[in-house]
Design a protein around this ligand. Structure first.
Ligand SMILES: Cc1cc2nc3c(=O)[nH]c(=O)nc-3n(C[C@H](O)[C@H](O)[C@H](O)COP(=O)(O)O)c2cc1C
Length: 385
């Protein structure tokens, strides 16, 4: 009895000290640990997306690295975004001919074809990692046939980024925007995006107030004037009349809001907690997708649903697709990869494409479009611990 009491008394301590590794230990320190601070290891030594975080942490100055890396408050959502995938299990099928899976990874996003169902999420300030900033994303996305969504708060202007597209008009991009109650400014942003031939607007709605970003505030204190931004359904009805472009909503976090998006004829939504940067304890995209799947799975047929947050492996992409998500965004890994310039971003895309193909093969999937929830497993209250 006494030993049980001692065990129970120590349990909270053990849980509180559970170590969190920003990247899982796959031996990078042993092989690249003597890379001098301020330099990058050779790109060919980067074997997975988490390696880019490790490399950028040594290469970038502390404030730039921190801007990319930070999460809100105690960063529970940041960690949970990464860890949630590990609590989901696959149900791999065997005795299936999966040869040729590499040629069956493509998908369409809002009717436009792409080589794979993952894209580069909108992230501000790519110039902190490389002088060519967002141009590297646009070029690498084009070379690899994937979607890039530039951020309104990019280092470069929308015009400078769009100028990196090929002149033949073959590359499709969407434009992310933050909007407020200044209709004149909103109209001007829509007109600029239309002129640059963006095929959709991605309106971010998970940032109605400033994020509580303590890690980042050490380097750049938050502005004294907190802004509270208007976004409601009446506002959505108004702005959709102000542009001919479809307006996707980014930052949906509950099944109720997906239902409302369907009712308001939104063309697509992105399940996202902004990479854990806005509201700590907001759910991971996998948890949101699971809520939608369990409570109203038809929603995945009624509206295109994309998701982003914590995706680092091909297997993570597959788990979201299995629940019905159509395309998956990746943020920080591409920001860190951009320290190497366009080659780094291309290498990151190629690594994730390859992982997607081999993981799908080992899952027994002959065609990515055939994935469904029978390929994954979770326990009755959602999670394996
Ligand atoms: C450095 C950084 C800047 C970001 N800037 C924006 C932004 O300007 N607009 C936006 O909608 N989301 C922004 N995000 C959120 C991303 O679009 C995306 O939701 C998130 O990065 C996904 O999580 P991941 O980084 O774990 O992949 C930013 C994320 C990061 C890391």
């Amino acid at each position: 009895m006494r030993s049980w009491a001692a065990f129970l008394a120590l349990l909270p301590v053990a849980l509180a000290t559970r170590p969190f590794l920003n990247e899982p230990d796959t031996g990078i320190e042993e092989v690249l640990g003597d890379t001098p601070e301020g330099t990058l290891p050779d790109l060919e030594n980067i074997v997975g997306l988490p390696d880019f975080d490790w490399a950028a942490r040594r290469y970038l100055n502390a404030s730039s690295y921190t801007y990319y890396r930070l999460g809100a408050a105690g960063e529970w959502s940041y960690r949970n975004n990464l860890e949630a995938y590990g609590r989901f299990r696959f149900r791999p099928r065997t005795m299936v001919d999966i040869r040729g899976i590499e040629s069956r990874l493509s998908t369409s996003i809002l009717g436009y074809n792409f080589s794979v169902p993952f894209y580069i999420s909108p992230c501000a300030r790519a110039g902190l990692a490389h002088p060519d900033a967002e141009v590297n994303f646009m070029k690498a996305a084009n070379e690899e046939g994937i979607l890039y969504i530039p951020s309104l708060y990019a280092t470069l202007s929308m015009e400078e980024i769009a100028a990196a597209k090929p002149e033949d008009g073959s590359q499709v991009h969407f434009q992310q925007l933050y909007l407020d109650s200044n209709d004149t400014a909103t109209q001007e942003l829509f007109s600029r995006a239309e002129k640059l031939d963006a095929k959709a607007i991605v309106f971010t709605i998970d940032s109605a107030a400033d994020g509580n970003r303590q890690r980042g505030n050490r380097y750049s204190p938050p502005s004294e004037e907190t802004e509270y931004v208007l976004s409601d359904w009446e506002y959505y009805a108004k702005i959709r009349e102000m542009t001919k472009l479809p307006i996707i909503l980014k930052g949906i976090q509950t099944v109720e809001d997906v239902r409302l998006a369907v009712q308001h004829e939104v063309p697509a939504v992105i399940l996202s907690n902004h990479g854990g940067r806005q509201l700590d304890s907001a759910p991971s995209p996998l948890e949101i997708a699971l809520e939608v799947y369990e409570e109203d799975p038809e929603l995945f047929e009624q509206i295109e649903i994309y998701a982003d947050g914590g995706v680092r492996y091909g297997a993570d992409v597959l788990k979201l697709l299995a629940l019905g998500v159509r395309a998956v965004g990746v943020g920080r890994p591409f920001m860190f990869a951009n320290a190497y310039g366009v080659e780094g971003v291309r290498h990151a895309i190629q690594l994730l494409k390859h992982e997607l193909a081999i993981d799908a093969g080992n899952l027994g999937l002959p065609d990515l479009k055939k994935i469904d929830a029978s390929y994954v497993k979770w326990n009755s209250n959602g999670w394996y611990t």
